[in-house]
Design a protein around this ligand. Structure first.
Ligand code: SF4
Length: 686
């Protein structure tokens, strides 16, 4: 009986939720090598809370019968099971031949923002050493690359300045812009709501009536794509009314005069017309934010996913610096990163511009440093972003691509062009948990390992590095992801081997100064560390830019408003935005395998204003066709007042009614991020 009890006893494994960037701590309940439940744990970001995804959809996919368990090689159009040796040899031979014939720049890799820091570090090292290319990127390119570029340029570091607890506890005002927090980062949304219950005033700037508008003091329902104008208008008011912090500006910033001269032209009256709101709303929001003691700016993809995304992010820095609300508790500029480890994938150098720790490819000293550390010659040429790799594949310039845990056919704009790009490749490898739309185009598919089957670390949106721990054995013959990358690199001639993820972290600490004080022993004792953490006695950095910005002086940017690249016209009269919903997560690869979640949300929809729906003869729940210059899809109407007249909104989670068939593949010039948040569409009943 004792033995039987032990066999069935439940073990609790403390780990980190694999969905959004909040980084909630969760205990997986394991019985006989199967995860049977998940319980909230008291982590610094979640304080014993979990959302519906963390509670019910964080583990069922692990044991799904759909998991890939063995390598597959495409032969005569069919995937055929293969041995690891056969698959890895084929991959190494093909990539080596392409490199010899066309050079390292003909190869590229997309890394996985849901996988660990350690996997991401080894993946980019494989691309840079064995492939001989800096064409490595991760899905931050299509969500928060504008944050990385915009905050790094203005503040010196492209990351959230404060911590979640700090900006949701005892603050006077929260300025929430372009973030549907209760659906995209539900636990942070709950903490914002709790803050309001304790007296915090909430300003929501969003083209939709999001859930948190019910808790807001004011909701500025500005037209999508007008953030830069709106922030310029608020700064115009703050300067004119003498609310700017002149002492902070003089001591800690540069570039103020040019910015002040530019925003002098952005009167509330002029901006109100651009944003389609009232001038008083701009004036009142500016006063409330500027006069508050503690007031963080919290933003998300409503700011970044525009053809002016980087400029929108720089506007956040401008506003916070103007009133001296940065580098101190309860303030700052706080992007909410989307995926569980998209912060970490960026930190680990899965970027064509940056080695690990944002050390620049363009800097010859950095190249020399990594050549010494990795004992090989490196390509000094800045690589292509993922959004540049796909068109380059179509042009025949990229020949071989390795995609680790990403599904660009569903996630990138204008799907038909993505398909064409993948078809144009000479050789495509996809490493995944499940067969995906993108994997179907691969020449070789390798089975990946889920978060519950490996050790490692994730870094959440507040720069907090936390452990994940192996709870169950990998499925079938799947191997640890970093070991697969080591095998590929070694077979291509660059010998690479690690015994464990902690050994990889030890190497990261050696080459990344902001991770120098990070190791597994400290993480296991302390629970987490926030970078920068520069030595073994450094407790980490909860608030950045205290006393001095990472770049020295904070840089004001004079940013003129530019309209979105495609606006409604007579043929396509509706302005469409896209975004997340509560129950599903990204491409649904994980959440879509939980029956209860699918019961709650199993199809795409488009939010349409009552007035527009009446005019079009569309009722709530009707099937409708949505078309743009890129194509047409069918989905279901959700009629209400969440969106303004002439605006519509679609979720991006579902392959039926995949909104990215019709989104606009135009890009921000700096971060090369797509403009998911604005395109023009037509709607008709089916
Ligand atoms: Fe997971 Fe995000 Fe929900 Fe937390 S808020 S449980 S990290 S999905």
């Amino acid at each position: 009986d004792q033995q039987k009890f032990r066999k069935w006893a439940t073990t609790k494994i403390r780990t980190t939720c694999p969905h959004c960037g909040t980084g909630c701590q969760v205990d997986l309940l394991v019985k006989n090598n199967v995860i049977v439940g998940a319980e909230p744990a008291d982590g610094p970001a979640n304080r014993n809370l979990l959302c519906v995804k963390g509670k019910f959809a964080s583990y069922k996919f692990v044991a799904s019968g759909d998991r890939l368990t063995t390598p597959l090689i495409k032969r005569q159009g069919q995937f055929v099971p293969a041995s690891w040796d056969e698959a890895l040899t084929l991959i190494a031979d093909k990539f080596t031949a392409l490199k010899q014939n066309y050079g390292g720049n003909s190869l590229a890799g997309f890394s996985c923002s849901r996988s660990t820091n350690e996997d991401n570090y080894v993946f980019q090292k494989m691309v840079r050493t064995a492939f001989g290319s800096n064409n490595v990127d991760n899905c931050a390119r299509v969500c928060h690359s504008a944050t990385v570029h915009g905050l790094a340029h203005t503040l010196g570091s492209g990351a959230m300045t404060n911590t979640i607890a700090d900006i949701t506890t005892d603050v006077d005002v929260i300025l929430l812009i372009g973030s549907n927090t209760t659906e995209a980062h539900p636990v942070i949304g709950s903490q914002i709501r709790q803050a309001v219950q304790h007296g915090t005033k909430l300003i929501v700037i969003d083209p939709r009536k999001i859930d948190l508008t019910k808790n807001s003091t004011m909701h500025l329902q500005a037209k999508a794509g007008t953030n830069v104008a709106l922030i310029n208008g608020m700064m115009n008011v703050i300067i004119r009314e003498g609310l700017a912090d002149q002492d902070f500006i003089a001591k800690r910033t540069e570039g103020y005069t040019a910015m002040r001269e530019l925003v002098a032209d952005y009167t509330p009256e002029k901006v109100a017309k651009i944003c389609e709101i009232e001038p008083e709303e701009i004036i009142n929001a500016a006063r409330l934010y500027a006069k508050a003691g503690k007031a963080p700016i919290i933003y998300c993809l409503g700011v970044t996913e525009h053809s002016t995304g980087t400029e929108g992010v720089m506007s956040m820095s401008n506003l916070a610096m103007l009133v001296g609300k940065i580098g101190r508790p309860g303030c700052g500029v706080n992007p909410l990163r989307g995926q569980n480890n998209v912060q970490g994938a960026c930190d680990m150098g899965c970027s064509p511009f940056d080695f690990p720790g944002y050390q620049k490819v363009a800097d010859s000293k950095t190249i020399a440093k990594f050549e010494k550390a990795w004992a090989t010659k490196l390509n000094p040429q800045i690589g292509l972003t993922s959004t540049q790799v796909l068109p380059a594949a179509t042009r025949g310039e990229i020949k071989g691509l390795y995609i680790f845990g990403e599904d660009p056919i569903v996630t990138d704009p204008d799907t038909s062009h993505v398909r064409h790009a993948l078809e144009s490749l000479d050789f495509l490898v996809v490493q995944e948990l499940f067969m995906t739309e993108t994997a179907a185009y691969a020449d070789v598919i390798l089975p990946g390992i889920s978060f519950a089957e490996k050790d490692g670390t994730f870094t959440n949106t507040e720069r907090r590095i936390q452990r994940i721990r192996k709870a169950v054995a990998p499925r079938g013959g799947a191997r640890e992801d970093y070991k697969v990358f080591c095998e590929v690199a070694t077979r291509m001639g660059y010998s690479m081997t690690y015994d464990s993820p902690s050994q990889i972290m030890a190497e990261i600490a050696q080459v990344v100064p902001t991770f120098a004080g990070v190791n597994y022993k400290r993480l296991d004792i302390l629970g987490s560390l926030q970078w920068p953490c520069r030595s073994l006695d450094d407790p980490g950095t909860p608030i950045m830019h205290v006393g001095q910005f990472s770049r020295g002086r904070g840089l004001f940017m004079a940013i003129p408003y530019k309209p979105a690249k495609e606006l409604p016209d007579a043929t396509y009269p509706y302005l469409m935005s896209t975004g997340r919903m509560l129950y599903q997560y990204n491409t649904r690869a994980m959440t879509g395998r939980t029956a209860g979640i699918n019961k709650l949300a199993n199809h795409s929809y488009i939010e349409i204003n009552y007035e527009d729906a009446n005019r079009l003869g569309i009722k709530d729940g009707d099937k409708v066709q949505v078309s743009s210059r890129r194509g047409k899809i069918q989905t279901y109407a959700a009629v209400g007042d969440q969106v303004m007249q002439s605006s519509v909104f679609m979720t991006f989670h579902f392959p039926d009614g995949n909104v990215n068939e019709i989104t606009n593949p135009v890009f921000d010039d700096i971060a090369i991020i797509p403009e998911y948040k604005v395109c023009a569409v037509a709607i008709e009943p089916v």
